[in-house]
Design a protein around this ligand. Structure first.
Ligand SMILES: NC(=O)c1ccc[n+]([C@@H]2O[C@H](COP(=O)([O-])OP(=O)(O)OC[C@H]3O[C@@H](n4cnc5c(N)ncnc54)[C@H](O)[C@@H]3O)[C@@H](O)[C@H]2O)c1
Length: 248
């Protein structure tokens, strides 16, 4: 039986990256509702500030660039001790692989793989030293089946899944859990360009047995669950939430 204390984050400091985005803002709201003390970070400094009225007065906001190692180190230093890291910021740049410039390729990998790894490196160090903490990486269903026009993004997210397993193996003995969430197609600003028309939406649904797209709140609940004591024996796993897409 899941008890309410299992989902209670009172007194725990929760760092959410990509917190101005669709899934990130829902994750922030979910942890706030369960007592977490929020540290919210995003590239979009204005959007993150706009959320300031939505959460408790203790909420802290940071602008940073997940594609920049120095910026990540500065965020980690400013954040202080963190109990839960929702390593959620990400971006997609879709298009035929041969049309993607070396600069775009490096940026996709920097933001979706190198950045989260560096963030885990900085934040995880304190967790290991304190003997407790949880890192929830946001991967993607594309880590498991790939997709034309998303080769580099899929590769980066697949790397994040394997990083999750390996870091989890290293840090579980120190009381730190590393897990991942792999959303399927979820209605957020990221997917708007791909699901803009009714035709695009209907075409996309053909691949989802559940017959609908996921919601940001559904992803947030799973991130909360994975970070919670209800999932205390889940180590290194990636939870796929895609309405059955990978089953097809
Ligand atoms: N929406 C989906 O269908 C879907 C599916 C699978 C995985 N994901 C993953 O879920 C996560 C959240 O995506 P979302 O759908 O909420 O997208 P979103 O675009 O709504 O939010 C992403 C957030 O990340 C921030 N971000 C982008 N680049 C950044 C950078 N360089 N530094 C710091 N922050 C940066 C953006 O400003 C934005 O607020 C991402 O990691 C994404 O890859 C989304």
């Amino acid at each position: 039986m899941i008890e309410s204390k299992d989902l209670d984050f009172t007194g725990r400091r929760v760092l959410v990256t990509g917190a101005a985005g669709g899934i990130g803002s829902a994750i922030a709201a979910a942890f706030s509702a369960h007592g977490g003390e929020l540290i919210l970070a995003d590239f979009d400094g204005e959007a993150i500030e706009e959320q300031s009225g939505e959460f408790g007065s203790g909420t802290v906001f940071h602008q940073y660039d997940q594609g920049d190692a120095a910026s990540i180190a500065a965020l980690a230093a400013a954040a202080g001790p963190v109990d839960v890291l929702c390593n959620n910021a990400g971006m997609i740049e879709a298009g035929p692989f041969l049309e993607q410039s070396p600069e775009i390729i490096q940026r996709i990998i920097a933001i979706n793989l190198t950045g989260p790894v560096l963030m885990a490196r900085h934040i995880g160090e304190g967790m290991v030293a304190r003997g407790r903490g949880v890192i929830v990486n946001t991967a993607s269903q594309l880590a498991f089946h790939g997709s034309a026009t998303r080769a580099v993004y899929a590769a980066a997210k697949a790397g994040l899944v394997q990083f999750t397993k390996s870091a989890a193996s290293e840090w579980a003995p120190f009381g730190v859990r590393v897990v991942a969430l792999a959303p399927g197609r979820t209605l957020t600003p990221m997917t708007v360009p791909f699901l803009n028309t009714e035709e695009q939406r209907q075409e996309g649904l053909k691949h989802i047995p559940a017959g609908r797209y996921g919601s940001r709140e559904e992803m947030a609940k799973l991130a909360l669950f994975l970070a919670s004591d209800a999932a205390s024996y889940v180590v290194g796993e990636t939870l796929i939430a895609d309405g059955g897409y990978v089953l097809l």
